[in-house]
Design a protein around this ligand. Structure first.
Ligand SMILES: [Zn+2]
Length: 317
């Protein structure tokens, strides 16, 4: 299986975070795995995306050195390998890991190094962050992506509080990414409406993170189909953040009937308490959808070369 929408900080097991805290001298609210899990995971009682995002504070606090970043990436990739996954695109925001003086370049180098040491096939997606005081940091992220493009970095993204900081405010950033030839996906249509997805499409996003709210706009759905833009659906996460009311209302079949290509992903294995197997089971038990078709969509949507795609296709068959 493949996961194209997987956040590093939201997918670290409690035991990994405990080890990272020891490495970095950070004190945790609990050294017990089960207890710690309560602080770094959400559930169905989550209010919205803003509350969901609070779960990332602890993982971020222990990911401020090259040593911990490398170990975190290594540990996550080892786990994905053990789950028999064949590829993943792991995302994180370099600017959130510079509190103790690391440059964004050093952050990215450390994560790529951890992935390589694991022997698992993965690339990273660098997230810019929604906000109104971090323009310089976001531009630096895009420039860092350019330096590492094809050397472990596959694309850039925009993450964070979509309801508070609209996609329309980030046009210049994605014009820059386009001019540098960096492919991108954008979290859109999760906490904000269809117009957010429309912005992402206009900027030239190849994929949309979630994109759930595109369901509200027929014309937009036609455009997603025409432009062959893939949606990175994350069912459990979308239900937790209230992007949809429940699995019964999940629009995956409607999107597919409209001819839109969808992929199934986890978003955050630990924050959302899920894994890719669980996400497919959730889809399978509620809808009549061919799992293989979804996995093939993931291969086609991946930010990798045609030769790498061929290799993944051969592993699926
Ligand atoms: Zn996400």
């Amino acid at each position: 299986m493949i996961d194209l929408h997987l956040h590093l900080d939201g997918s670290l097991a409690p035991k990994t975070i405990i080890r990272l805290a020891e490495m970095s001298g950070v004190s945790l609210p609990s050294g017990n795995e089960d207890e710690l899990l309560k602080y770094i995971s959400t559930d169905i009682n989550c209010e919205d995306l803003n509350e969901y995002l609070k779960c990332f504070d602890i993982p971020l606090s222990v990911l401020q050195s090259e040593e911990t970043l490398e170990f975190a990436a290594y540990s996550l990739c080892k786990e994905l390998k053990e789950r028999n996954m064949i590829y993943a695109e792991i995302r994180f925001a370099p600017q959130l890991h510079t509190k103790e003086g690391l440059t964004q370049d050093k952050v990215v180098e450390a994560v790529i190094s951890g992935i390589k040491k694991s022997g698992f096939f993965a690339n990273v997606i660098l997230c810019c962050m929604r906000g109104d005081k971090n323009d310089a940091e976001n531009i630096e992220t895009v420039n860092t992506a350019k330096r590492f493009l094809g050397k472990g970095v596959a694309a850039v993204d925009l993450a964070g509080a979509e309801g508070l900081f609209k996609t329309e405010n980030f046009k210049n950033l994605f014009m820059l990414a386009s001019s540098l030839g960096i492919p991108f996906t954008i979290h859109a249509g999760e906490a904000d409406g269809a117009e957010s997805v429309r912005c992402a499409v206009e900027y030239g996003a190849k994929r949309i993170g979630h994109g759930i709210r595109a369901i509200e706009d027929e014309e937009l759905m036609e455009e997603l189909k025409e432009r062959n833009i893939f949606l990175e659906l994350c069912p459990t996460s979308n239900i937790q953040t209230k992007a949809v009311a429940g699995i019964e209302q999940y629009p995956i079949v409607k999107f597919m009937e409209k001819g839109i290509k969808v992929t199934v992903n986890t978003d955050n294995m630990v924050v959302s308490g899920t894994d890719i197997e669980n996400e497919f089971n959730l889809i399978k038990s509620n809808f009549n959808i061919d799992k293989k078709e979804l996995i093939k969509n993931s291969v086609n949507a991946a930010f990798i070369s045609e030769a790498e795609k061929e290799d993944l296709f051969s592993q699926i068959d």
